[in-house]
Design a protein around this ligand. Structure first.
Ligand SMILES: Cc1cc2nc3c(=O)[nH]c(=O)nc-3n(C[C@H](O)[C@H](O)[C@H](O)COP(=O)(O)OP(=O)(O)OC[C@H]3O[C@@H](n4cnc5c(N)ncnc54)[C@H](O)[C@@H]3O)c2cc1C
Length: 459
């Protein structure tokens, strides 16, 4: 960004904090996607919707690209800077504005941290279910932009299912509110739904109204241990086919189990080929019944042991072990490339086998974990971006896995979004006509192409 532009921005917004020194910009030059980097040039921290609106007008008048940023925990390169552009980071707009216990909803600024939203709901005796593994760092704006999932997606759905209303700054700088506190609202097109999962390319979310639900009465957490990965996958398919919908059905393979043990030492079995972490919640009687059925199905599918957590502390420890998976794998090699392939749940066993065979075929190290109950797997390649030849092999392996998933009726991303990381694979997953319709939507919302250009697809 040229100095004149930066100085006039700083003059126009004297009450805002800016970062422009090279060392301050390093953390804003990448997100959680290790292999992607782009030098940030200027970061600004708005404090109000009015600030965001004026910043967008300023940028629009001069055709300066804007990248919105929450916490930068994204895993598809969505908040990577655009050369010559401005980063609008909403981390200072983090207030929880209202917990409305009469209408069971909560209103917050878009920079509020997901875990704080969950805690505010809990303090009011209510429940905000979406819980991405990153919930202690991610912002609700980032969750909405990525339509983030999480460990409870199987039973409770994803972020989209809890968004009632959004305040959004459009590419013109105008501010709209879309949606309402009403449970039913079908007046016109659902613009709200268009913004969810749009990865910061259609507007900047500044405030959100989220649906809350009553807290489940009871919960039970189980750990099933396997000598074969495919048996764990078959258990998941069998649980779903038995019409049991637990709130959590998470998978960790041997590499992930051992990395978590090295990192967090929670007592997972190092010699297992895979474990399933299962949780059921709801009315007490139903929970006991469901837990017993899941334990039976796990044994029928050759679990060598099924443990049922006896205390809330034990349940929490197990969930923490799962949450630590990505960070634990990230310590194994200099570069972790985490994928997000998703398949119909009946195809899980074939898919975990294919992932391992693919890694072996290319001579690569892979750890696989994920929200298996959703069919959402995170094969994570443990590599070194400085080794160009190995990176080519990783790319080929990823392509093979995406082709395999799409061939099974699956998709290239279940929750992390397209950003720049999955862009080369989007046409394969969606076809050209779908992308062409998306381009038209983008053009009508953002005719000058200033909002996160080059992400998801090129115009
Ligand atoms: C350890 C770890 C575990 C994770 N686990 C999960 C998981 O279980 N499930 C899951 O779905 N994801 C997971 N993620 C990915 C990531 O946390 C989510 O994508 C999250 O929603 C990103 O939020 P953020 O605030 O960090 O957004 P950022 O990374 O800053 O931005 C992500 C995208 O959203 C856009 N954006 C951000 N804020 C706004 C806004 N206010 N308005 C418009 N656009 C905006 C950005 O431009 C960018 O395109 C994990 C990441 C890590 C590092």
């Amino acid at each position: 960004m040229n100095t004149d532009l930066r100085e006039s921005l700083q003059r126009e917004f004297p009450h805002l904090e800016f970062l422009h020194e090279k060392e301050d910009l390093i953390p804003y030059s990448f997100d959680g996607t290790a292999a992607h980097y782009s030098q940030a040039e200027l970061v600004v921290f708005p404090k109000t919707t009015e600030d965001v609106s004026r910043l967008v007008r300023f940028a629009s008048d001069r055709s300066v690209p804007i990248v919105t940023r929450g916490s930068g925990s994204g895993l598809s390169g969505g908040s990577l800077p655009i050369p010559g552009g401005l980063i609008v980071c909403l981390s200072k707009m983090d207030r929880i504005l209202e917990v409305d216990t009469k209408n069971l909803c909560l209103r917050a600024e878009a920079g509020a941290i997901t875990a704080q939203i969950a805690q505010a709901a809990d303090a009011a005796g209510l429940f905000y279910p979406p819980d991405p593994g990153s919930m202690r760092i991610s912002t609700i704006g980032g969750n909405i932009a990525e339509n983030s999932g999480g460990l409870r997606g199987l039973k409770y759905g994803v972020t989209r299912d809890y968004v009632m209303g959004l305040e959004v700054v459009l590419a013109s700088g105008e501010v709209i509110f879309t949606g309402s506190k009403c449970v039913k609202d079908v007046a016109g097109y659902s613009l709200r739904d268009l913004f969810i999962g749009s990865e910061g390319t259609l507007g900047i979310v500044t405030q959100v109204v989220l649906k809350l639900i009553p807290k489940p009465q009871a919960r039970r957490t189980l750990l099933a241990i396997y000598n074969k990965m495919e048996d764990a996958a078959e258990t998941v398919s069998a649980i779903i086919a038995a019409k049991i919908i637990p709130c959590t059905l998470e998978f960790l393979d041997a590499m992930t189990i051992n990395s978590v043990e090295d990192y967090a030492k929670v007592g997972l079995p190092r010699d297992a080929a895979a474990i399933l972490l299962m949780e059921t919640d709801g009315p007490s009687g139903a929970v006991e019944d469901e837990a017993a059925k899941m334990a039976d199905l796990a044994r029928q599918h050759h679990a060598r042991e099924v443990k049922i957590a006896q205390t809330a502390e034990e349940s929490f420890q197990l969930a923490e072990a799962r949450r630590a998976a990505f960070s634990a794998l990230a310590r194994v090699a200099p570069t972790t490339i985490l994928e997000d392939a998703t398949v119909p749940r009946s195809e899980l066993a074939r898919t975990v086998k294919f992932i391992q065979e693919t890694a072996d075929r290319y001579g690569l190290k892979v750890g696989t974990f994920g929200h298996m109950g959703d069919g959402n797997l995170h094969p994570t390649f443990l590599t070194n971006e400085k080794n160009e030849e190995e990176m080519h092999r990783v790319e080929s392996a990823m392509k093979d896995i995406f082709d395999f998933a799409v061939g099974l009726g699956g998709t290239i991303t279940g929750e992390h979004g397209v950003g720049v990381a999955k862009k080369p694979f989007l046409a394969k997953a969606l076809g050209d006509l779908n992308i062409s319709v998306m381009r038209q939507v983008k053009k009508s919302f953002d005719p000058k192409g200033i909002l996160n250009p080059g992400k998801i697809f090129d115009l």
